[in-house]
Design a protein around this ligand. Structure first.
Ligand code: SF4
Length: 118
C-alpha cells in the first residue's frame, strides 16, 4: 500500500510517498529532499507527534497565561495533555519559559509559559 504525506519541515512541502507492507512496516520512502523529510515521514507514519498550545488559568485575574509544550508530544495524548493543562492554575508573577507542568504525561516535554503575567 502506498501512502502520501506532505513534509512540513520547510516551505518546499515535498510530497513523500511511503510503501507500507501488509504487516504495517515501512518498506521504503521516496520524494523527500533531505534528512529532515525522511525523519518527519518516518515519525508521522509510526508515532505522530504534535506541539500543543493552550491557556492556563491565572488566580486573581481574568487574563489567561498562554502555554505550549517544550517539544512535540504523541498525537493521541493531546486530549489528556489538554486535561492536564486545564487542571492547573498559576499565580503571578510568571515569566516566559517558566515551567508550568514538568514532564507532562511522561512525554519528555514540559508545559512552559509563552507569555508573562506580572
Ligand atoms: S523533505 Fe526537506 S526540503 Fe522537502 S519539505 Fe521536508 S524539510 Fe523541506
Amino acid at each position: 500500500m502506498e501512502k502520501e504525506i506532505t513534509c512540513i519541515g520547510c516551505p518546499m512541502g515535498c510530497s513523500i510517498t511511503a510503501d507500507i507492507g501488509k504487516d504495517g512496516k515501512i518498506n521504503s520512502l521516496s520524494g523527500y529532499s533531505c534528512g529532515v523529510g525522511k525523519k518527519y515521514a518516518y515519525g508521522e507514519l509510526t508515532l505522530p507527534k504534535r506541539m500543543v498550545t493552550s491557556l492556563v488559568y491565572v488566580r486573581g485575574t481574568n487574563k489567561p497565561l498562554p502555554v505550549k509544550t517544550s517539544a512535540p508530544i504523541t498525537k493521541s495524548k493531546i486530549p489528556e495533555c489538554l486535561g492536564a493543562i486545564r487542571s492547573v492554575s498559576v499565580t503571578a508573577p510568571v515569566r516566559v519559559g517558566d515551567i508550568i507542568i514538568k514532564n507532562v504525561l511522561g512525554e519528555d516535554a514540559d508545559i512552559v509559559a509563552t507569555g508573562e503575567i506580572i
